[in-house]
Design a protein around this ligand. Sequence first.
Ligand SMILES: CC(=O)N[C@H]1[C@@H](OP(=O)(O)OP(=O)(O)OC[C@H]2O[C@@H](n3ccc(=O)[nH]c3=O)[C@H](O)[C@@H]2O)O[C@H](CO)[C@@H](O)[C@@H]1O
Length: 367
Amino acid sequence: MTNQLRVIISGGGTGGHIFPAISIANELKLRYPTCEILFVGAEDRMEMQKVPEAGYKIEGLWISGIQRRLTAKNLLFPVKLVKSLWKARDIIKKFQPDVVIGTGGFASGPLLQMANRENIPTLIQEQNSYPGITNKLLAKGANTICTAYPDMERFFPSEKIVLTGNPVRQDLLDVSSKREEALAFFGIDPAKKTVLVLGGSLGARKINQLVEENLKEFAKHDLQLLWQTGSLYFEEYSKYAEKENIQTFAFLKRMDLAYAAADIIISRAGAGTVSELCIVGKPVVFIPSPNVAEDHQTKNAMAVAESDAAIVLSESHLEQGFRSIFFPLVETDEKMKSLARNIKKLEKPFATANIVNEVEKLLKTRR
Ligand SMILES: CC(=O)N[C@H]1[C@@H](OP(=O)(O)OP(=O)(O)OC[C@H]2O[C@@H](n3ccc(=O)[nH]c3=O)[C@H](O)[C@@H]2O)O[C@H](CO)[C@@H](O)[C@@H]1O
């Protein structure tokens, strides 16, 4: 290792892989202010915008996942993979990292694969209770595997696993002190309850439809909405923002303030969001996406619900279940408070620090 620490972090495709990567980078910068950090992502995905916004350099690989159907994209996959492996090797040779960290998503595949070949130590971070395909493939070559859920020995070699929790951005750690700032930022009425609606980093069509169908009910209960539609659906739903008490967002840049303003949250159950909601400590109604591998969002949400710390509604029960559960809940202060108290007990605020401790252990082996 040279004097100046050099780290490559690779992950992306969705916010669920990008934001953990950025949190780890921020913690590294805090401990090693002069360290050089390079991100590697997939050329046309969200990380190419979010990472520079967070102040880091990123290089893109021409890579995507394999679709389950036979498509033109699939036919291109082997070509993309070979080109990405070459580019990953060039990046590694040029940047000379001391350690490479992967947070999941397709770009981390070729990058960590090449790092393994060059004998550079690698650490992977798995956010979910059911691992993504890239991390499953990379586990064999990785030195350390940081997980957020117990019992991951089913998927990964047990001697490499360290249960750390999911990294959460530093600015989300103290939302309780930001209530006033948040109300002013969104210009909302402190006398009314605020419902924050989250569809995950890409937005959720089903949740948007649910909110649209219930707009009159929200108004009847005097609730104001901060509604993250996702950029794909923003045009369709932004028209409602002309109504009083409704604000729509393609993507919320100040999640800290959105969480701080909320009295209750309706949300998808992506692993990162679940970890953040435990730290935020507010009542949550989860509507897990049924369209993810092994139904892992339901497992993420159920892990919280088992401690009486959140309500879980499956998409197939929304029509019968949502109105009869959500609106009475908003009006039952005791239940709202107990959900908030219980979810807070599940927080893991030191996950990022623990992951960087593991990175440091790997660096020592290299010295
Ligand atoms: C459809 C899909 O494949 N979802 C997966 C994806 O979810 P997704 O990309 O939605 O990821 P998460 O729920 O884990 O994290 C979302 C992140 O985006 C941030 N955020 C979200 C909305 C917004 O407007 N602003 C903002 O900053 C959240 O604060 C959070 O940090 O990755 C997760 C982690 O691997 C998985 O558990 C999910 O199943």
